[in-house]
Design a protein. Structure first.
Length: 183
């Protein structure tokens, strides 16, 4: 699992918990669609892999965040209380649902605690889900090194393989660019 998958699963567990059923009603009512919540908070299994998709908007999160609750697995017996989610930190929830090792894994995948500090779970998870939920990453075929090689190939004569000086360019050792007249 990636950090995004762990956080998505964590949010899915909280959003679909029985004690948070009122948020389903809030979102369905706000959008005048009885299936809105179920179309935005989904669980899909393909080829043995399960993915949890949370595609709520910032407005959706703002509408429900004051209503979301959490029941810690550490609360047992008569002291088992359901508390407002905003009382819990990000690290507390991830460690409670999974483990300390899982929290460290998520923290290290995200820039060493840059967005996984023990601030409000709600704010951290929502920011993460909104920022990375619909991102499409693009890479250079062959890696970033191909950028330099491609530029160099443009300066070489295709037949001889040496610097092509007809366009005023070339590849030279121990030279530096000091002026750029035009792009």
């Amino acid at each position: 699992m990636t950090a995004f998958q762990i956080i998505s699963y964590s949010a899915y567990l909280i959003l679909t918990a029985d004690y948070n059923s009122d948020v389903v009603e809030i979102l369905n009512t706000n959008h005048q669609d009885p299936n809105y919540f179920n179309s935005r908070v989904t669980k899909e299994t393909t080829n043995g892999w399960t993915s949890y998709n949370i595609s709520l908007t910032l407005k959706d999160w703002n509408d429900i965040k004051h209503k979301l609750k959490y029941k810690s697995s550490q609360d047992i017996g008569i002291h088992s209380y359901i508390k407002p989610l905003f009382l819990f930190g990000f690290q507390n929830i991830i460690e409670d649902q999974f483990s300390h090792e899982t929290y460290n894994f998520v923290a290290e995948q995200n820039g060493y605690y840059s967005n996984t500090s023990n601030a409000s779970y709600l704010e951290q998870a929502v920011t993460y889900l909104l920022d990375f939920g619909t991102v499409t990453y693009k890479t250079l075929a062959g890696g970033f090194d191909m950028f330099c090689y491609t530029l160099a190939l443009e300066l070489l004569n295709k037949e001889t393989g040496i610097a092509n000086n007809t366009n005023g360019g070339g590849i030279y050792l121990k030279h530096e660019l000091t002026k750029l007249d035009r792009l």
